[in-house]
Design a protein around this ligand. Sequence first.
Ligand code: SF4
Ligand code: SF4
Length: 387
Amino acid sequence: MQTKLSEHLADSAHGKKAADIISACVHCGFCLATCPTYQLTGNELDSPRGRIYLIKSALENNQASKSSLQHLDHCLTCRSCETTCPSGVKYSELVGIGRELLENKRSLWQKASRSTIRRFLTKPALVNLSKPFAQQSAIKSPVIKPQVTRGRVLLLTGCVQPALTPNTNHITKNVLSTLGYQVDETSQQACCGAIDHHNAAPTVALERIKANIDNWLRSIESGIETIISTASGCGVMVKDYPTLFAPSDDYYLKASTVAEKTKDIAEFLINQDLSPIQHQAVNVSYHAPCSLQHGQKLPNLVERLLTTLGYELTPITDSHLCCGSAGTYSLFEPETSKQLRDNKLKNLTQSQPDIIVTSNVGCQLHLSKGTKTPVRHWIELLEPKAD
Ligand code: SF4
Ligand code: SF4
């Protein structure tokens, strides 16, 4: 699909990048079948192909309307369409550019409310205030120190996780220590930038991202071998850092080094000897976050790891579809978000599991609100064996 950029975008790097991405789309429509919003509404403008047309039109003649912005807002950025697309269209990069382009169509009220929520979620001191009524999975086991040191890793602490699901990082550290890894941690202040990046604050996001890259490169120089993420939503953001810089930018190579060193905890553990880990007698359902299966392109990884550890997983119907959490989506598009959560929980609870596990704090908190079945990070199944 060729795009003739409007005069004021003809020389813009963003405009050219968007036109380049659009040129890969051959209108085949395969992506429609796996798009959660198209499945719900049946409206072409709520499909990947329809949204690509809307962005193309905005790039060509700037005649985009408020309704174009609504269709982009309605997109979960789940990237299911990227997994399906046979032409490799980089939809998530394109929709990011499209949203920046159309942000001026947003009402002042919407801008103010979105900005307030964004600021709240990126201030750990404020998020920590919600601990007493929103915390799940409190820490109950003692801290394990490594007996031998096989290597050093840097754990991305996250900004919401330490307050609301602290057991995730706690068990991760205990598992890594048991396997002989010394664990350094990032500060809770070091947000990956995803919340700002996806909520129309690209300048703030870029400042955070550059600070992270500089800090984490120093850690790598001091001997850190791997950066470990336990929240797949943060992991995909860090792995995507290079896409935010032009190849000629100094930060492009730095971002590439950080991205190459970053692994989801499942990616790190899949090749380790997990014999010191104890199997728990529970019936488990696993929810694969979009940020892991479509964003990081790691489908079936956690399922394989849990099966190796002796868990019998029942296949989940429509496991490729989003649960409706999608970062801040559940706050701004509550109806669709709830509908997707209800569908997801129906499928996840079909085998009547004792526990639902997942790989992302956002999915965990969102799913928990719709079921009495406990929802946890899968790493919490991996209690190290007592000596
Ligand atoms: S990212 Fe998800 S919701 Fe958005 S167009 Fe692609 S499949 Fe549909
Ligand atoms: S599957 Fe890919 S090439 Fe086909 S319409 Fe969707 S985005 Fe375009």
